[in-house]
Design a protein around this ligand. Structure first.
Ligand SMILES: Nc1ncnc2c1ncn2[C@@H]1O[C@H](COP(=O)(O)OP(=O)(O)OP(=O)(O)O)[C@@H](O)[C@H]1O
Length: 229
């Protein structure tokens, strides 16, 4: 077995006649950030969706911790899903508007049967603290009662509740005010170091990821043209 967290080989995603992802291959190690950069429509989000199996690829392989995912059905995928978590661009869109932040962070624990009435609330407070939110001040708020940056932090806390090994970050700071972007990127760096998380970081602005990524894959018209530091 190889030491890679994620191995993607010859991935193809088609929408009818449109080939959105055209034989894309890359590896990602634990604790590493690979940025996937390229212009709008080049196939970044389709690659992310196929890696997370939100969409079944038309061809190719996705191997996560040595296990081939593309052949698995939904039932076989279910126990593996918590380990691969998405973080999306729109922080408000990824959390239920009616649910408090503490409920949003508790939900994955409940769904995975890891909720314990005695220790659950303290675990939620710990997860919120990990992303710089205070349970007493923020836990009872709903997403619209938080700033964009705070809301993105809450979304990251919810992802961490799943104890992931891979985060697929699809433009995670692009919707945020430039003044709060650095804070989120610093948070992501700290969390990566602490938990050895692998990051597939999708971004259309190469300048944004230059200092953040270990390696960058440049994508154009469905293909990776260059991959390197
Ligand atoms: N559901 C869909 N049906 C048909 N075509 C689609 C669909 N989703 C994406 N496409 C097409 O696939 C190609 C790749 O789109 P994708 O969203 O993966 O690119 P992207 O690089 O993530 O773009 P952006 O940065 O704008 O999100 C584009 O030509 C797009 O129009």
């Amino acid at each position: 077995m190889s030491g890679s967290l994620l191995e993607v080989r010859d991935l193809v995603v088609r929408y009818g006649p449109v080939v959105a992802v055209d034989h894309v291959s890359f590896d990602l190690s634990a604790g590493e950030t690979l940025a996937l950069v390229g212009p709008s429509g080049c196939g970044k989000s389709s690659t992310a969706a196929a890696v997370l199996r939100l969409r079944r690829p038309d061809a190719g392989e996705v191997r996560f911790e040595g296990r081939e995912l593309t052949g698995l059905d939904e039932r076989a995928l279910r126990p593996l899903r918590p380990a691969m978590q998405p973080v999306f661009q729109d922080p408000y869109g990824s959390l239920s508007p009616r649910r408090t932040i503490r409920d949003a962070v508790a939900e994955p624990l409940r769904v995975q049967g890891r909720w314990d009435a005695a220790t659950g609330p303290a675990r939620v407070a710990e997860l919120l603290a990990l992303v710089g939110l205070d349970e007493a001040a923020h836990g009872g708020r709903r997403p619209h009662e938080l700033s964009g940056g705070q809301c993105q932090r809450a979304g990251i806390a919810r992802a961490l509740a799943c104890e992931p090994r891979l985060l697929v970050l699809d433009e995670p700071v692009s919707a945020l005010d430039p003044s709060v972007r650095a804070g989120i990127l610093n948070l992501l760096s700290d969390l990566q170091e602490r938990f050895a998380l692998g990051y597939l970081f999708i971004c259309h602005e190469p300048a944004l990821v230059r200092h953040f990524a270990d390696r960058t894959a440049e994508m154009r018209a469905g293909r990776i043209e260059r991959i390197g530091p």
